[in-house]
Design a protein around this ligand. Structure first.
Ligand code: ATP
Length: 357
């Protein structure tokens, strides 16, 4: 087993004026045995980072080490990694047993007995023993995905690399497989890097998550840390569903003045010292409905979900979302007032987006 260290990893594509910097000087230490999720919007460089770790892309500069091994210039097949992709590409003419064992027969010097043991073990672990004689076309999507995982597991690699492996599954199965995959990874203890654009998946699965944007690593931390203490406005906005409410407020003495009649008196003015205006963030679940003394908003849509309600609010052309207790049931068109605790307030530099507290 090994930790994975990326040291100023950079990957550019193209030449001359057409250069795209897909990964920009990323420093990242992935702990031994950890499940690390690389997450970010489409095109942010997460797949390229994964492919560099796998050895499927040459790096432009920087180094990649597994434990004490510098693997930067090693070929993919010499790195001892196993990959799982979105497209599982099982061999259609082979049954599950042969699909699981084929790679081992081809690329290792293992005995037939050892290959048999690994295939049986992986099948048991994945609960697909009874499918070993079936062909891929006889399997459901979830079963096919398990076989694809099995092919990685039988390799007993030092590192698992997974690129959106669950995105071809329907929502219910995907949620089940998330838990299963996480449990399996913890059981095996193999250092794993998992790429997804879905922040919910990242939050649910990662021991830690690494958020990327525009080729640049924004923040690495436990899901709750990234959620509650984002380093900048991008991370605050990307993580969380529904998204955080964001708007610009003027700083007038100790008061933040925002849209409509938003006026919030800060007890702690240190974070806004020297600023005329700041970006303000409030998470939907931190919005509290009050009968007086709060900020006025008009309900545009009220979604009653059973155990909670979502209110879509409008403040002089500015939209906000509140997640509130199901006992409070305002209707569309009604005027409400909201407030929040100062602890729940996020503040960002209006120019750089960096967090101010
Ligand atoms: P997605 O979730 O859409 O796959 P991503 O975050 O994985 O996105 P990458 O696929 O790593 O992003 O792409 C990062 C940037 O590098 C993008 O601008 C992309 O167009 C560019 N890029 C990726 N591969 C190549 C390539 N082979 N040649 C040229 N540009 C590339």
């Amino acid at each position: 087993m090994a930790n994975i260290e990326l040291d100023t990893l950079r990957k550019e594509f193209g030449t001359g004026g057409q250069t795209v910097v897909a990964v920009e000087n990323v420093d990242l230490d992935i702990h031994d045995g950890e499940f690390l999720v690389l997450v970010g919007p489409s095109g942010c460089g997460k797949t390229t980072t994964l492919r560099c770790i796998a050895g499927l892309e040459d790096v432009t500069s920087g180094t990649i080490t597994f434990g004490s091994r510098d693997v930067t210039d090693l070929r993919a097949r010499d790195r001892d990694v196993a990959m799982v992709f979105q497209n599982y590409a099982l061999y259609p003419h082979m049954d599950v047993r042969d699909n699981l064992g084929f790679g081992l027969k081809l690329s290792t010097k293992l005995t037939t007995d050892e290959i048999h043991r690994r295939v049986e073990d992986a099948a048991a672990m994945l609960g697909i023993e009874e499918l070993l004689g079936d062909k891929p076309k006889e399997l459901s999507g979830g079963q096919q995905q398990r076989v694809a995982l099995g092919r990685a597991i039988v390799r007993e690699p030092e590192v698992f690399l997974m690129d959106e492996p669950l995105s071809n599954l329907d929502a219910k199965l995907r949620a089940e497989m998330r838990t299963e995959l996480q449990e399996l990874q913890h059981e095996l203890g193999v250092t794993t890097v998992y790429v997804t654009h879905d922040q919910t998946e990242a939050m649910a699965m990662g021991d830690r998550i690494a958020v990327m944007n525009d080729g640049v690593l924004q923040q690495v931390g436990a899901p709750e840390t990234v959620y509650r203490s984002p380093t900048n406005e991008f991370v605050a906005n990307f993580i969380g569903s529904p998204s955080i409410n964001l708007f610009t407020a003027e700083v007038e003495g100790s008061t933040l003045v925002g849209p409509r009649d938003f006026a919030y008196d800060l007890e702690d003015t240190a974070p806004v010292a020297g600023y005329d205006r700041v970006r303000v963030g409030i998470r939907p679940e931190d919005m509290q409905m009050v009968s007086e003394g709060g900020t006025t908003a008009t309900v545009t849509v009220a979604e009653h979900m059973g155990n909670e309600n979502f209110l879509y609010l409008e403040l002089d052309g500015h939209e906000m979302t509140a997640r509130i207790d199901s006992a409070i049931r305002p209707q569309a068109g009604e005027t409400v007032q909201f407030t929040f605790d100062e602890d729940a307030l996020y503040l960002f530099d209006p120019d750089t987006g960096d967090a101010l507290k």
